[in-house]
Design a protein around this ligand. Structure first.
Ligand SMILES: *Cc1c(COP(=O)(O)O)cnc(C)c1O
Length: 485
């Protein structure tokens, strides 16, 4: 049975349900499976059946202490009726490549795949470990995580959730998705400050009030939790299975994946799929103008001391990619991981050894593309293939084009959001006229493309606004205590 260890201390071992319950290891490290050999399997054993059977096979390997019966029920509950596509993550041929659409969940971004599952994994972990406290999820968001987390945790017994977002710092669509989300246990609150203030404020609350009131414990819904990462491994297998069914590859052929990357969670799930035995050619880490990972994968030097650029792919605007620490552990070992994370914290940079870099480069390639290159990709692909991409997917597409011909049998671009979620930038790329209102822009995208507006987005302009709270940073603490009572 696999154990989970901290990336900063292999002696600290817990079960998978404990790792999910705690989110982060007490020493500040992230939980990962102790040995990669333990997740190695015959990939054919995972590939059979639909998305849910593949999910069960993957979860059974990573979450052994839940047991197959519970895993079965949890997978069904997580995906029943939540996704508008029967394949959950359908694969579409676009030109000579394929696009894996991960955005057919309730909030139209790929985070739904994992945040549909995490609340169920967490509540099961609670009862398995005789944990009687109610769980209060605190999340700071720049947009997408907030709505997916509110939607995932809304109405889930034994949990409550508060999402803090920067006042005036998210799009109208993203704000409405959050403030109209249903669930008596869930609320979104604007703070007078930017995303970093929200994030710093939340981290501070974890230290200051781990139990805001007696009988309530704080926890987190972001991708440092291994319960968010494992459900994402499944769609790499799903993509392979759909390529086989379409006759696009032969069994055993290598496939490369191009992943629009921010916090390195999505692509880390691809690394686990590769280490399980899935035939993967390259994992291409696509970044926008915030190219810290491109430089790292090219030179081995991670340097967060650089200008932060606000781009049209905001979910990839990040300078410290937390999940990279998981890769560092497997490639560099605990001692170097501790050293590098300490250096990152104290000096803002670190450099891995030549051998470590070479090992990473044996599977990862880093590329970046600008807003301009991304929007050119949106226009070109729409004109030549009548296929519309969002601003994050188009960065990945542009990176694929920059790299040129692949030696793999097929290339799969991961599509992380519906173009309707970023209507304004998408219309701009197409050279269409813009309106001040997101509702009008969404309708315009519909007029131009004819593709149906996702149900979860179409309704937000009419739904009741449930939270109008706007608070100062200094009031976050009392807000959380009040919401915990
Ligand atoms: C979160 C997000 C990403 C980045 O994913 P990571 O797992 O953080 O690398 C990319 N695109 C969209 C639309 C997202 O919401």
């Amino acid at each position: 049975m696999i154990n989970y260890i901290s990336t900063r201390d292999p002696q600290h071992k817990v079960t998978s349900s404990k790792a999910i319950l705690s989110g982060q290891a007490p020493d500040g490290g992230l939980y990962i499976p102790e040995h990669l050999e333990d997740i190695k399997c015959d990939y054919h054993d995972i590939l059979s059946g639909d998305f849910r059977s593949m999910a069960k096979a993957v979860w059974n390997i990573f979450f052994p202490d839940y047991g197959p019966e519970k895993v079965d029920a949890l997978v069904e509950k997580s995906y029943e009726g939540k996704f508008s596509a029967p394949e959950i993550t359908p694969l579409v041929k676009v030109g000579d490549s394929f696009v894996l659409e991960l955005y057919h969940g309730p909030t139209s971004a790929f985070k739904d795949v994992a945040l549909s599952a995490l609340p169920n994994l967490l509540t099961a972990a609670r009862s398995m470990n005789d944990f009687t406290d109610e769980i209060m999820i605190l999340t700071a968001t720049s947009g997408d995580t907030g709505s997916a987390a509110l939607c995932g945790f809304g109405g889930v017994p034994g949990t409550r959730i508060v999402v803090f977002y920067p006042y005036g710092g998210v799009s109208e669509t993203q704000r409405l998705q959050m403030v109209t989300a249903p669930g008596d246990n869930a609320c979104a609150c604007a703070i007078r400050g930017n995303f970093d203030d929200a994030q710093t404020g939340v981290k501070k609350l974890f230290r200051e009030i781990p139990h805001p009131v007696s009988g309530v414990s704080l926890s987190s819904a972001n991708s440092i939790n291994i319960g968010r990462l494992v459900p994402q491994i499944v769609y790499y297998f799903s993509a392979y299975s759909q390529l086989l069914s379409a006759g696009a590859i032969k069994d055993g052929d290598k496939v490369e994946f191009i992943v629009p990357t921010g916090n390195f969670g999505d692509i880390m799930a691809g690394y686990f799929a590769y280490k399980m035995g899935l035939p993967v050619g390259r994992l291409i880490c696509a970044s926008n103008r915030n190219d810290v990972l491109t430089e790292f994968l090219e030179t081995g030097h991670y340097n967060r001391k650089r200008e932060f650029h606000k781009t049209t792919s905001p979910s990839m605007d990040i300078l410290v990619s937390s999940n990279l620490e998981r890769l560092l552990y497997y490639v560099c070992g605990a001692e170097h991981t501790v050293e590098y994370m300490k250096a990152l914290n104290e000096t803002g940079e670190y450099t891995v050894t030549g051998a470590e870099l070479a090992e990473m480069q044996s599977i990862f390639t880093g590329v970046c593309a600008s807003d301009k290159e991304g929007s050119a990709a949106i226009r070109d692909v729409f004109e030549s293939e009548s296929y519309l991409m969002d601003t994050h997917t188009s960065i990945a597409w542009a990176c694929k084009e920059k790299l040129g011909a692949s030696s793999s049998a097929a290339s799969v671009v991961l599509s992380t959001a519906s173009p309707y979620k970023f209507s304004r930038a998408v219309l701009e790329a197409l050279g269409e006229e813009l309106s001040d209102s997101d509702e009008a822009n969404m309708k315009k995208v519909y007029e131009v493309t004819g593709a149906a507006i996702p149900e979860g987005l179409a309704g937000i302009f009419e739904r009741e606004v449930r939270s109008k709270d706007v608070i100062d940073i200094s009031d976050m603490k009392s807000y959380v205590i009040k919401k915990s009572e």
